[in-house]
Write a protein of this length. Structure first.
Lengths: 210, 210, 210, 210
DNA sequence: GATGAATGAGCCTTCATTCAT
DNA sequence: CATGAATGAAGGCTCATTCAT
């Protein structure tokens, strides 16, 4: 929720600021990110930033939201087809889109990633606007549906399964961003997608030999 | 590797400092943790801390190591029985011990947890003393063995499976520490262990209904 | 190379800061000079100084450069007449201007003087921007020319003579600044210039009785 | 003037401390030299040092004096023959011994050298025990004598000549220690002595072509 | 609306010296 | 006599935020 002044800015200036802030928050935690560096790189006055945004947190929220919106574009197709896909197909597509997003927009993905790592729960809920609890409920619903359709075993615990699905999603992207350079990610996109398939195979069938 | 002076300290003082530092590093990332706050809470002069430790990193390493050692005590039994357990039993025990450790020592677990979240790979490898790559190899070996014994399906990819196992382990503890109060953790230990079992059931058998 | 912010400062404030910093660097080596004392005496916030200058070294470079520029004004006439003067006249004028500069601007001269005393060669070359070696070559050239014109004996070693000329120049000013109060320097300017002449007489004719 | 306790020390310990302190004061100005580093390298308790010496200054005085005494050994021969040498021979020998001393004991020479560079006149006189003025008088006397013997021209100014002689002496050694590594000094001793001769030739005969 | 200077608390670290044991 | 823990001021530097212009 930037102030109106921000949207009155010439597009070039606005984009530059967004770009620079994205970079900073992709590389640093909220605390470590430096407003000073952002305004320096963006070539704007420090005071100006405080005319566009309430404070550091406000800027952060905005950048995080942009990243989330960009990701939604990747997921929109997935969401539209939720009904028509089998559960595993759904998850596969979710992961695939997630990895593709991170591969194509490593900085945007990095922001969300760093956000997930923040320790301060109050801070996170304040930023999210809703409780973490709530944000996890989508998957529980999807799993319940899949159980009803007979696609997912009734023997597994829904909440636990939802937790597992969400965390693996996060872990994959985290791995990419933390241990691979942007270049490596870019060059190995196919390979990464292949690994996603292998992971889903495990999730679908389990470890156990039959 | 604190200086000798640290070990010459009266136990009470030493414990107080460890306690306070543990607290700070459990609640903050390395960068955000404050030496100033630590010495203030410990009631010692700032200069004194530098008589005990080389620098902030040295203190951090020590506290992290203490946490690791404490955790090793929980895992020692697991390690001794590695040969005699089936793969799923092994993983279950690993997770169970991990959760138990975090439930009994939430702050110590929090330190390791925060360490995992650090973005700076060089920093992490410097602290660890070995490469991240290397530290992940144990599980790959365990999975290979399990495949050979016929416990784990040959159809699954070893590296991916190892990644999955490690990350879930981390995620569980992270979840506990981030979204539950110490009190909640303590009161729901049984319930948490039950969830571990449910997760392992999924990992063993997969999502798919049969 | 101060930041633009420094030049945007009201002249009074800027001059005050320059004055105070000049004082500190005239009285102390680079290491011993204190940023804290400078800002206190200048009556500005510590953070402000870092809005004007990159760091201590940046401030130092600037102050040193100011001193050098001021000295250049004294030497500009000398440099313009290099061709038309005999060697000894050249040296005399150099020394005379140097002494006059130090007498009129003891603090500015003191800064350059302290710089010469720094032990760390790398530091000095970094500040100078060129190698020490190079900065000494002017005199060697002048002496060679003088030899060719028959003004200076071919029997003397050029490099050694250049060393001698440079070091005496430095020594004289050093002596003034170290062992005389600013007041004494000011009151004895004539006397000092007379000593310069006496020294040049020795350098011209040597110690030896004929 | 160390305390008696210092002399009661086992020789090995005493020598180690001297050695380490020598090193520190050879590499740093009085201010920059670190007591902490000295005791660490010497392997003694910090408190101990303050039982041997009054304070940092006291230690410094002692180390400086040791260096002076060592140098006196080099100069003793020179002093004994003062009467029998011509003026230029005297100076030559003084310089030669000085260079030889610095070549053989660069650290000891470095201490004296750093001392000369100190800005605080009061500090220097306090350390020296006598006024700088006084310490320069020897040469004036020697020059006067040389004039009387007809070796040195009556046309030169005694005080100025004395200043010149002393400062060149210092400058040569300073040059060696600042711009040459210990190894280079050691390997080029002959060459350095040759330069001394060349410088004395200039001082004897002057620049002027005849 | 834009500016950017000013702020002062905070950062980690080093210092010479003291003094209880 | 030796120890080394304790001290707290000082070191250079960065921070997010404010506010007069």
């Amino acid at each position: 929720m930037p102030k109106q002044t921000f949207f009155n800015l010439p597009e070039e200036k606005r984009e530059k600021l967004i770009d620079v802030a994205t970079d900073e928050f992709a590389k640093n935690s909220f605390n470590s990110a430096s407003i000073t560096k952002i305004v320096e790189k963006a070539g704007i006055a420090k005071g100006s930033l405080y005319q566009y945004f309430e404070d550091k947190k406000d800027l952060y929220k905005y950048i995080l939201e942009l990243s989330a919106n960009k990701k939604k574009e990747y997921l929109i197709e997935w969401m539209n087809r939720l009904q028509h896909l089998s559960f595993i197909e759904m998850i596969r597509e979710l992961y695939v889109k997630g990895v593709a997003f991170a591969a194509d927009n490593p900085r945007l993905a990095g922001i969300a990633n760093n956000f997930m790592k923040e320790n301060d729960t109050k801070f996170k809920e304040e930023i999210l606007g809703i409780s973490i609890e709530k944000s996890n409920q989508l998957f529980e619903q999807l799993i319940e549906n899949a159980k009803n359709k007979g696609e997912v075993s009734r023997n597994i615990d829904t909440k636990v399964a939802a937790f597992l699905v969400t965390n693996l999603n996060t872990s994959i992207v985290d791995y990419m961003l933390t241990y691979m350079t942007y270049e490596e990610i870019f060059q190995n996109k196919e390979e990464l997608l292949d690994k996603v398939d292998k992971m889903l195979f495990i999730m679908e069938n389990g470890f156990k030999a039959k």
